[in-house]
Design a protein around this ligand. Structure first.
Ligand code: GLY
Length: 386
């Protein structure tokens, strides 16, 4: 499934400049390339996938400033004709009207089914472009070039694409796998530290959900990852991609196991919703605090050693991520508003809330038996007000 050089998740990696993780999905399989300097050489990775030397780049106004010229030069160097489309940076662009404009532009560029659209950016660009590709001419190919740590380890892999609806985030979308993912460690250098930390939370998620050895490694090396030491960050990204690729290969459409990737999300989304899905609380920060709560709640139910919950909390806090309610937004949350937001989560099934809970660090499971009555005193004890 993968051809990583890394032998054991707990060992210091013998990272090479470049690694490949395969997402094994039969005819829809694809590679995730991870390493330094990939964007500058993107032409040589992309050219073999194109039926003709022509492509289009979709990006946002911020990413364009930092990275568009590099990609354009790489395509020029490989003799690939290209045009670029810029959407305004930010979550607000992930909507139906932006999708329509993008599809019109792609059609005006005469993009055909077998052409490959390039999505250069973070989660918003990947999700919007991927969804446009999924519906354009009933399905067009695309390549993800994620420029945030969060997109490199999560949203660019696995084929979930979507735009937001007025009733909630990511409610209009499709599963549509890319043909290639290029995760260049160098593009991370232009990220604000806060955004880097938020992406790191999703890396910790893979250790916490199924790989204690990787969690041990992160405790020892998280600082180097956040300092963008190339070997350390490439190893952390590759290990995360390997974990996600394995789950997606077994359960592409989230009929079961893929839901584990939502560790921290039911709690986290409630805080994101109340704080307005913006600067007050980034998605990765919400996932970090959501994981803290998922482990603390598991300990509260007597299913997980409180020391494991404490270890997770301590590591996230040491990395500058929110690990208590006081560190989330303005720190003031009503228990009823939180429970209401959790009840509206898109993971609600037959009216029941769905949580990913833990037996231990690296050992998690899907729980459909959590009631609002059980959560109420727990949330109060964590700092919510009555
Ligand atoms: N971000 C969770 C998933 O891709 O399933």
């Amino acid at each position: 499934m993968t051809n990583l050089e890394f032998t054991s998740s707990s060992q210091q990696p013998n990272a090479q400049a470049r690694d490949t993780v395969r997402v094994d999905l039969g005819a829809r399989s694809y590679d995730i390339l991870i390493g330094a300097d990939l964007l500058r050489q993107a032409g040589s990775y992309i050219a073999p996938l194109l039926p003709r030397p022509k492509t289009v780049i979709v990006t946002d106004t911020n990413v364009a400033e930092a990275h568009l010229k590099t990609l354009q030069s790489a395509l020029d160097g490989a003799g690939i004709d290209h045009a670029s489309y810029l959407v305004p940076a930010g979550e607000a662009s992930k909507n139906l009207s932006q999708l329509e404009k993008l599809c019109d532009w792609l059609l005006s560029q005469k993009i055909e089914r077998e052409d490959c659209i390039l999505a250069l950016g973070g989660g918003v660009i990947g999700d919007l472009t991927g969804f446009a590709a999924s519906i354009l001419r009933r399905g067009t190919r695309f390549i993800q070039i994620p420029t945030t740590l969060l997109a490199q380890v999560d949203s660019s892999i696995g084929g979930k694409t979507a735009v937001n609806a007025s009733l909630g985030k990511n409610l209009i979308g499709a599963f549509h796998q890319p043909d290639l993912v290029l995760a260049d460690m160098d593009v991370l250098k232009t990220l604000p530290p806060r955004e880097l930390r938020a992406g790191y939370a999703e890396i910790v998620k893979y250790g916490a959900l199924s790989d204690l050895g990787f969690f041990d490694w992160l405790e020892a090396n998280g600082e180097k990852v956040l300092a963008l030491d190339t070997q350390s960050v490439a190893y952390a990204v590759a290990q995360s991609c390997r974990a996600k690729a394995a789950i997606v290969a077994r359960d592409e459409r989230e009929a079961g196991e893929r839901a584990l990737l939502n560790l921290g999300h039911t709690f986290g989304h409630a805080f994101e919703k109340i704080t307005g899905y913006g600067e007050a609380l980034l998605h990765g920060e919400a996932v970090a605090y959501g994981m803290v709560l998922a482990f603390a709640f598991s300990a509260h139910r007597g299913e997980c050693d409180p020391q494991d919950a404490q270890r997770l909390r301590a590591h996230l806090e040491a990395c500058g991520l929110p690990a208590s309610m006081a560190q989330v937004g303005n720190g003031v949350f009503g228990v009823d508003a939180l429970l209401d937001a959790m009840g509206q989560d898109k993971k609600v099934k037959a009216g029941k809330m769905r949580f990913i809970l833990a037996r231990a660090l690296g050992d998690t499971y899907i729980a459909d038996d959590v009631s609002a009555q059980a959560l109420h005193p727990f949330l109060i004890a964590q700092g919510a007000h009555a």
